[in-house]
Design a protein around this ligand. Structure first.
Ligand code: NDP
Length: 291
């Protein structure tokens, strides 16, 4: 497969995508608002399009990786004939509804559209284990899967909902930010006694591997959420509510912020007040999920 391709958006990620195509031997056209970012790619054989419209017109398959959907639509909206019949694969981050609305926009213009979400940093583009989510027509995905695997061997097709890749992406990202915030809060605590992150590292590693990871990547917990059955003999909401209170109280004593935990504590306290104190901490999900 030596399909000609266009990559639009040469930020950190777009450059890595274009490089993967060049490595794979694909005739590659590129475009970026700041044209100088194409210099390294042109030296490796890419063609730099003079305008956005030229870039779209240059190839049957167009990959877009810009900062936001707003930026992408600002560029796309003046285009007319150039678009029809193209395959557009959008790897720009945003919300599921932005992806769904873009799919409607594409269908109105006879553009074949796949939405995707890259679950990796640019350095991981092109590796067999790199995970990228895709959503849209199955036929369209399957026809282009070999091409898309140039970016990452683990190209996961999620079905015909164009919003699914970004929904999965946001699910994983909120897990990430929750964990990283907790990690930074931990070091705020430790810094009050001058304990260095390096000194703490062995304990953090043990905790993540043997307590956190097994508790959130665990079929029993997944089933509890699915069945909304929160029975436990391990650690109940009562105990965890008190745990949150200790963190909040200690944060105050040590003069570090704990605002981020207060909404979580409020949910746990409400559920304990409603008589669910013996349920598992997963019961908090009842207050978070869409009813
Ligand atoms: P960068 O900030 O490096 O690049 C942003 C890109 O958007 C550049 O091409 C920039 O052009 C372009 N851009 C921004 N504003 C405008 C505008 N008003 N008009 C035209 N072009 C504009 O971001 P990344 O490459 O890191 O990210 C791109 C997308 O990939 C994002 O949606 C990001 O969430 C996603 N992504 C990134 C990952 C990463 O690790 N980097 C991981 C997974 C997803 P210019 O060069 O001219 O400024």
């Amino acid at each position: 497969d030596r399909t000609a391709v266009t990559v639009i958006g040469l930020g950190n990620m777009g450059v890595a995508l274009a490089e993967a195509f060049l490595k794979g031997g694909h005739p590659t056209t590129v475009w970026n608002r700041s044209a100088n970012k194409a210099d390294g790619l042109v030296a490796k054989g890419a063609a730099l399009a003079a305008t956005f419209a030229d870039a779209v017109a240059a190839s049957p398959v167009v990959i877009i990786c810009l900062s936001t959907y707003e930026v992408m639509h600002e560029q796309l909206s003046p285009l007319t004939d150039e678009l029809s019949g193209r395959v557009l694969v959008n790897l720009t981050s945003g919300t599921p509804d932005q992806a769904r609305n873009t799919a409607i926009w594409a269908a109105e213009r006879e553009v074949e559209y796949l939405d995707g979400a890259i679950m990796a940093v640019p350095q991981l583009i092109g590796l067999p284990e790199t995970l990228i989510f895709y959503g849209g027509s199955k036929t369209l995905f399957e026809a282009h899967a070999p091409l898309l695997r140039v970016f990452g061997g683990n190209a996961a097709y999620l079905g015909d909902d164009h919003g699914a890749p970004l929904l999965y992406d946001l699910a994983l990202l909120t897990m990430l930010y929750g964990s990283v915030y907790g990690y930074l809060h931990a070091h705020a605590f430790l810094s009050t006694a001058n304990i260095s992150p390096t000194a703490f590292l062995p304990f953090a590693t043990n905790w993540v591997n043997h307590v956190i990871a097994p508790s959130i990547t665990n079929p029993d917990s997944a089933r509890a959420l699915e069945e909304r059955n929160y029975a436990t003999d391990v650690s109940n909401l009562n105990t965890n509510k008190l745990g949150l209170e200790h963190i909040i109280r200690a944060s105050k004593e040590l003069d570090i912020p704990a605002e981020w935990l207060k909404p979580l504590h409020a949910i746990a306290a409400q559920q304990v007040a409603e008589g669910y104190g013996n349920d598992a901490f997963e019961r908090v999900f009842e207050a978070l999920r869409k009813s």
